[in-house]
Design a protein around this ligand. Structure first.
Ligand SMILES: *Cc1c(COP(=O)(O)O)cnc(C)c1O
Length: 424
């Protein structure tokens, strides 16, 4: 099946007389005929459901659809994108371990790693995604457990060289985790370029209607954990909290990562996505290819319009031929990048705020990637915990306006933006 068809049909095949839509199974618990039957589930000897904190059928069907879209072997829905990124890293790295992350990542991920996960005793080294090979090589330590990057950085719009970072990670015997939120599997499938784990904030394009917060972790199922058993004791030695199961042995490369994340981390942290939210996420997934195409074509036209406007200092959109990442984007995302553009209004911070106040259709919101156009000044909102230096390192200067182009008629959007620029 091509990806448009997978968006509609993967993850759930109704049998005779069953609902055509993925049904909402809003039940905390599941009934069994005997304790022995239920016991098999607790021992992970049989597949099935007993408590929705660990697994729920609605969530699993939607996760299976996303796994199919990305080309992975297994997936797990989470309550948010933050939860997905946290669990994807914490499934590999514990106290005393080290992780390499691109410095051009979502502000919330940066804070999670740099502040909160440091408090848990995990050390992070942030590297410029365009650093030299020597700089990247120097970032590794004997206790490095993973490398992390973002396909298209939010909001810096830096395109991550997935293939290069995957090769480097594999040379050091560790997996590459890629947050693929902005590109979505419609425009980029990081596994095809060597990534091992993919995460998403499904809150963005996948839901796409500003309706549900959620996340997902997908495993490519190719990383050979046992070949690096000394690095990954959590996967390659018995889990005493789960009847002494060794995940990599019992579930192999295809299943170990997601099974551990579910049976151990979801059990203990409970960062679940509600079944009703998964149902809404699935509605978004069904139309994802159609929406992404329109988001990208609208954004392309608006980026071209902004580039010619005299009130605009600069425009950053990887779909513009003059963009630093144009060629790299063509390699990883030949059909388009995303609907998010960033640009500077001449006159800096003050005029940027004036422009935003002048918009009538475009709403000021700490959100991106949904049906309605919205805009944001990151330096005074999402990235306000960062110093001026950190902002520049993350590619988010303080004069940057982030515009998330929606599905409105593009002429209406250009008229709105044009009027708002005149007011500056
Ligand atoms: C929004 C976002 C997140 C965090 O996701 P939430 O669903 O808001 O928790 C992570 N990564 C990227 C790239 C994002 O845009």
């Amino acid at each position: 099946m091509k990806i448009e068809t997978k968006c509609l049909h993967s993850g759930y095949e109704p049998k005779n007389g069953e609902p055509r839509m993925i049904p909402i199974i809003q039940s905390t618990t599941f009934k069994y005929d005997s304790s022995e039957e239920m016991g098999k589930l607790f021992d992970l000897k049989a597949n099935g459901y007993f408590y929705s904190r660990l697994q729920n059928p609605t969530c699993d069907m939607v996760a299976a659809k996303i796994a199919a879209l990305e080309g992975g072997t297994a997936a797990m829905l989470t309550g948010s994108g933050q939860a997905a990124n946290f669990l994807s890293v914490f499934n590999l790295a514990n106290v005393g371990d080290h992780v390499i992350a691109s410095s051009a990542i979502y502000g919330g991920s940066f804070n999670l790693f740099n502040v909160t996960m440091r408090k848990m005793g995990i050390e992070f080294t942030f590297v410029n995604p365009d650093c030299t090979d020597e700089e990247l090589e120097a970032a590794y330590k004997p206790n490095t457990k993973a490398v992390f990057g973002e396909t298209i950085a939010n909001p810096a719009l830096i395109v991550f060289d997935i293939e290069r970072f995957a090769k480097s990670a594999h040379k050091h015997g560790v997996p590459l985790i890629v947050d693929n939120t902005f590109a979505t599997p419609i425009n980029c499938r990081p596994f095809e370029f060597g990534a091992d784990i993919v995460t998403h904030s499904t809150t963005k394009y996948m839901d796409g209607h500003d309706a549900t917060v959620g996340g997902v972790i997908v495993d490519h199922g190719q990383f050979d954990w046992m070949a690096h058993a000394d690095k990954f004791p959590g996967l390659c030695t018995p889990d005493e909290s789960y009847h002494g199961i060794t995940y990599a042995e019992r579930f192999g490369n295809a299943g170990a990562f997601i099974t551990k994340a579910t049976a151990q981390l979801m059990r203990d942290f409970g960062m679940v996505q509600a079944p009703v939210n998964a149902y809404m996420l699935n509605l978004g997934l069904e139309s994802l290819p159609v929406r992404i195409e329109r988001h990208c074509s609208n954004a392309q036209k608006i980026a071209e319009f902004l580039e010619k406007n005299e009130k605009v200092a600069w425009v950053n959109y990887p779909g513009l031929p003059g963009n630093k990442y144009y060629e790299r984007a063509k390699k990883y995302m030949p059909n388009g990048t995303c609907g998010v553009i960033s640009f500077g209004v001449k006159g800096g911070r003050k005029n940027a705020e004036k422009f935003m106040a002048g918009l009538k259709l475009g709403m000021i919101a700490t959100h991106v990637a949904d049906a309605r156009t919205c805009c944001l000044h990151p330096a005074s909102s999402t990235h306000r915990q960062m110093s001026e230096e950190e902002l520049n390192a993350a590619g988010v200067p303080s004069d940057l306006v982030r515009l998330s182009v929606g599905l409105e008629n593009v002429d209406d959007l250009i008229a709105d933006i044009s009027e708002a620029l005149k007011s500056v």
